[in-house]
Design a protein around this ligand. Structure first.
Ligand code: ATP
Ligand code: MG
Length: 468
């Protein structure tokens, strides 16, 4: 018989759950204080599942989970929480809770969660024998300050229906964030419908989103529901919203404002209840200035804006992501790489990651595929990453837009001058040493100093190095 521990500071809740779960054939133990519960768990009483309140005096549910995990990484936790604390619910999932349920809840839903948790735990035990670690592909990894802010924000807004606009460079995890919002929301048992707005020509996008009626255009043989209808009571993810044509932008704005759509060729107004999350890797304020994106639509979408910083601006996330992807590809490719060498990690930290987390994931996949030793070696990395890239941070990249343009020659000359000055200063003005640092011949360095007009008078400049 499976044993369930219930922790709640409200006696009535314990009694209710004891009664309901006992009827299902579980052996239930109630505990009014979390410290007592922890003691029971530590004694190795062999519980198969813990159902716990989050807010409790003394130790809260999350602390209980953390403390219990030290001893027993396997027993699944289900949390019961009020809407107001959904940010803690997200935190709970991050800490490895199986799931949470919000008050008031239907007992059927809790029963099904309990069943799922117990099944998942059995599966997990089997899998763990094989590889020692599991993690879901939806899991968000990273504990840099901006990521923690994002988790918190997801928790706070998940229970609302506010439109969210997720911005970030390609591969920063925009879709992952969108899915996390959906999963943390009351809509999570309904559809998450995702569409890439750049993948469709305008007219097709309209009929995809809004559907069409019979005869709306050649080939419309019957009436078809659009994605907005398919996403009823669920979440709609509009990816690459920045690519949407002006005409479609107007139609989308109307749909969002009126919460109604009209199928292509139809007259009937259909009420929609959909939470919209949009994403873009373009800088929409610039698109607005350039007249490519409607300002009113922007404000309608960006009720809650979320910006995911590029990976190079949150370097502390690199190591946890590397671990996460190594274990993912060990599992997928049936490998047993145990980690990464210091050298390789240093290259990762120096590299600019223009393709962000997706690029990192691809590099790890390739590395795990090729690696024959226990640790991922620097030599397994693509050349450009081994070289580490030259820029220490993103500020080194010049700012330019299509309108502004960039004088590449002047920029490079300026950069060259700065680099040579820096090398001279590192070499205390010794030009031979500076040439070595820059992997140039002495002659070539002299030539550059001359043509760039780099100032004389740097230390050492007046006293040529002995060899020359
Ligand atoms: N914080 C993260 N933790 C774990 N995996 C991540 C994280 N961020 C991104 N990924 C992974 O990186 C890949 C790219 O993420 P995602 O598709 O969400 O990015 P995106 O911002 O939507 O990219 P694009 O703009 O190219 O569509 C996915 O495989 C995703 O699982
Ligand atoms: Mg995406």
């Amino acid at each position: 018989m499976e044993r369930i521990l219930i922790v709640d500071d409200e006696r009535s809740m314990i009694e209710f759950l004891e009664y309901m779960l006992d009827k299902e054939g579980y052996q239930v133990t109630g505990c009014l204080d979390p410290e007592g519960a922890l003691a029971l768990l530590r004694e190795g009483e062999g519980f198969d599942l813990v159902i716990s309140d989050i807010k409790m005096p003394g130790m809260d549910g999350l602390e209980l989970l953390k403390a219990a995990r030290n001893r027993d990484p396997d027993t699944p936790f289900i949390f019961i929480t009020a809407y107001a604390s959904s940010e803690t619910a997200i935190e709970a999932l991050k800490l490895g809770a199986f799931d949470y349920i919000t008050k008031p809840f239907e007992i059927e839903k809790l029963k099904s969660l309990v069943m799922h948790a117990l099944t998942a735990r059995d599966l997990k035990r089997q899998v763990q024998v094989l590889e020692g670690e599991t993690s879901s592909s939806n899991e968000m990894v990273g504990t840099s300050p901006p990521m923690l802010e994002i988790y918190k924000l997801i928790g706070t807004i998940a229970s609302t229906d506010s439109t969210v606009l997720i911005m970030g460079e390609s591969g920063t995890g925009k879709e992952l964030v969108a899915r996390a919002i959906h999963r943390a929301s009351p809509r999570r048992d309904r559809a998450f419908v995702s569409i890439n707005c750049s993948a469709f020509p305008e007219t097709l996008l309209e009929s995809e989103l809004f559907g069409y009626v019979k005869g709306a255009f050649t080939g419309a043989a019957g009436t078809k529901k659009g994605l907005f209808e398919a996403a009823t009571n669920g979440t709609m993810f509009l990816d690459e919203i920045g690519e949407m044509s002006p005409a479609m932008q107007v139609k989308l704005l109307r749909a969002l404002q009126e919460k109604k759509i009209r199928r292509v060729g139809g007259t009937e107004e259909i009420q929609i209840d959909v939470r919209v999350i949009a994403a873009t890797n373009r800088e929409l304020n610039k698109e607005i200035e350039a007249g490519h994106f409607r300002e009113d639509l922007y404000y309608r979408l960006a009720v809650i804006p979320i910006s995911i910083p590029p990976l190079r601006d949150r370097k502390s996330d690199i190591l946890p992501l590397v671990r996460h992807f190594i274990s993912k590809y060990n599992r997928k490719l049936d490998r047993s790489v145990r980690g990464i060498t210091e050298d390789a990690l240093r290259c990762f930290e120096q590299y600019r990651w223009p393709g962000n987390v997706r690029e990192l994931e691809n590099v790890i996949e390739r590395g795990v595929t090729l690696e024959t030793s226990e640790f991922l070696q620097k030599g397994r990395l693509p050349d450009h990453i081994q070289r580490g890239g030259f820029f220490r941070d993103s500020a080194a990249m010049p700012f330019f837009t299509a309108e502004l343009g960039l004088d590449l020659e002047a920029f490079l000359r300026d950069l060259e001058r700065q680099i040579i000055e820096q090398a001279l200063s590192l070499a205390d003005g010794n030009q031979t040493r500076a040439a070595e640092i820059l992997r140039l011949s002495y002659r070539s360095l002299r030539h550059r100093i001359e043509t760039l007009g780099i100032k004389k008078g740097l230390p050492g400049e007046l006293a040529p190095s002995p060899e020359h």
